[in-house]
Design a protein around this ligand. Structure first.
Ligand code: F6P
Length: 553
């Protein structure tokens, strides 16, 4: 049943009407168990949800909404490999990429130690043969009799590709001649690897530099190439489709630069990470790592797209990243909905968006390594749930994806937090803090954590002042996520948590969170305008575009 037609939706509307006078300070005074009751331990992540505009009655009604919209069944369909990406006829199985080798039906993965011990690279270069890893796409169908066998086969292929990728990553790590790894890709083929390599900088192999070129803007590629030598550079051309024009142009220009520098061994210096091996071969790339159509671009950092992460961290730590995400998958699959962190966060997102009218969420990672996390989460949430029609294509009468935005704390505090504290709109804040740093500047970390807690506190408590300019209303909501340490394992868990909370709200809204038709129109028009920039032909253009065309020529 569509969410707005359920009894729970009506009940939530009535509940929201009575919620206008809700005050966080009073809620804490009324209920001494509030902090504990609205906190949740999940693998790798502790969440304090208690400073949100919610209470046990809200949670109970949201759980009814989950039940009446078949959330658990929708989740189970994803984990069964059903083609829930209905507009593209595809299964959604990024979770399979992080299942341990022994699964499905196997034992638990071995816990992997994730201490930031320094990794030493052997000086002997190892020449990797350009053995293509054949990873033919498996299409997983919904029929229950065949689906399990197909899942087992897909899992087998995943393991084969993962092993080949990690073996190759280890070769690159040992190859002292390769000092610079340039990932060329955009969207899901850039944001995940870039975010993770930055986040896990303390684990990155010394002696290797990682560069990420995504924008078609030549300034980006030119700036990176300036500091490189062909002989020491490995280009990873990351594109699921291998047709994205931005990436293809960057890849062609990188190849031209490589050849102009006297580079000849393309097989050694260019690797494709793609689900379209034929297109990579046509481009002239002989070494490739594949993945499958059931891995969405924004869910692909666990696949071959994660090669930069694997080179940076090494095989064991890449497996630890997968293991952390897998632990969160299991939590999402098996914890009762009332104690299921992705479910609680996703339901809160629905409550805020549809009942309290909060249409954006600000992300504040209190760890500078997580500085690309807001951008990563933007794609995850807004490309997945930025939809105005239901799964059947019918226009929806309610709002979907919130706007996500943010910067690391404490930077954001000195920029836009003014608006969070005293602006006219209520913007829920999501703080992500890390208990143990990897540096020894204890004073810094203490101050950082103090700021994270204090901001959430200040938003809630506010401060009365007769002078309106100095008055803080308080009662502003926030969520606090805490990791013990930022390790491959905890990062994996954090990202899987975010993936699943996006799944939850998308499932409640009844939309397909796994397509992205909204990006197509701009691509088509850009092709047309590009031709017009060359020819000067403005015929049939609207007056504004025609005038801009004339100005840029
Ligand atoms: O244009 C949007 C998009 O298709 C994203 O969904 C995707 O992550 C990105 O472009 C890159 O696509 P590809 O990996 O196929 O180059």
């Amino acid at each position: 049943m569509r969410c707005d037609q359920t009894p729970a939706w009506q009940a939530l509307q009535a509940h929201a009407a009575g919620f206008k006078g809700f005050d966080l300070r009073e809620a804490f005074a009324r209920d001494p168990g509030r902090a504990a009751g609205l906190s949740q331990e999940a693998p790798g992540v502790f969440a304090d949800l208690s400073k949100n505009h919610t209470d046990s009655a809200t949670e109970a009604l949201l759980l009814q909404l989950a039940e009446q919209t078949g959330l658990a069944q929708q989740r189970d369909a994803m984990f069964a490999g059903a083609p829930i990406n209905n507009t593209e006829g595809r299964a959604v199985m990024h979770w399979l990429l992080r299942q341990p080798a022994s699964a499905p039906g196997g034992s638990e993965p071995k816990p992997i130690r994730a201490e930031p011990t320094p990794v030493r690279a052997e000086p002997t270069p190892v020449r990797a043969e350009p053995t293509p890893v054949r990873a033919e796409p498996t299409t997983v169908r919904a029929e229950p009799t065949t689906v399990r066998a197909e899942l087992v086969e897909a899992h087998h292929q995943v393991q084969e590709t993962l092993n080949a990728m990690l073996a190759y990553a280890e070769q690159v790590r040992l190859d002292a001649e390769i000092t610079d790894i340039v990932n060329i890709g955009i969207g899901g083929s850039d944001l995940g690897p870039q975010m993770a390599v930055l986040a896990l900088q303390d684990f990155v192999l010394p002696g290797k530099r990682f560069h990420f070129v995504s924008n078609v803007d030549g300034h980006e590629l030119a700036a990176v190439l300036k500091g490189l030598k062909a002989r020491h550079t490995l280009f990873l051309i990351a594109s699921k489709t291998f047709t994205t024009v931005d990436t293809m142009l960057n890849a062609r220009s990188a190849r031209a630069w490589f050849e102009a520098q006297g580079g000849t061994d393309l097989a050694r210096h260019f690797v494709a990470l793609t689900a379209n091996a034929d297109a990579a071969a046509q481009f002239g790339i002989r070494r490739w790592l594949g993945f499958w159509d059931w891995v969405g671009g924004r869910y692909s950092m666990w696949s071959a797209i994660g090669l930069p992460i694997a080179i940076a961290l090494g095989a064991d730590r890449f497996r630890a990243l997968l293991a952390g995400a897998h632990a969160m998958d299991r939590h999402f699959q098996s914890a009762p909905l009332a104690q299921n962190l992705p479910v609680r966060l996703g339901l809160l997102d629905v409550w805020y968006r549809n009942f309290l009218g909060y249409s954006s969420r600000s992300i504040a990672p209190y760890h500078s390594g997580l500085r690309r996390l807001p951008a990563y989460l933007q794609q995850l949430e807004m490309e997945s749930n930025g939809k105005r029609v239901d799964r059947g294509g019918q226009a929806l009468p309610y709002g979907t994806a919130p706007v996500l935005w943010g910067e690391p704390g404490t930077n954001g505090q000195h920029a836009y937090f003014q608006m969070l504290h005293q602006g006219t709109d209520v913007v829920p804040l999501e703080c992500i803090a890390v208990k143990k740093p990897t540096h020894t500047l204890a004073e810094h970390h203490e101050l950082l954590l103090a700021n994270a807690i204090a901001q959430a506190q200040a938003l809630m408590l506010g401060q009365s002042d007769a002078d309106g300019h100095r008055h803080f209303t308080g009662n502003r909501p926030s969520t606090f996520l805490l990791l013990q340490a930022l390790t491959p394992e905890s990062l994996g868990a954090l990202i899987a948590l975010q993936e699943h909370r996006v799944f939850v709200s998308g499932a409640i809204w009844g939309i397909n969170s796994f397509d992205q038709w909204g990006v197509e129109l701009g691509k088509v028009l850009a092709k047309d305008i590009r031709a017009r920039i060359a020819s000067g032909d403005a015929s049939g253009l609207d007056a504004s575009s025609a005038a801009l065309l004339a100005r840029v020529r």
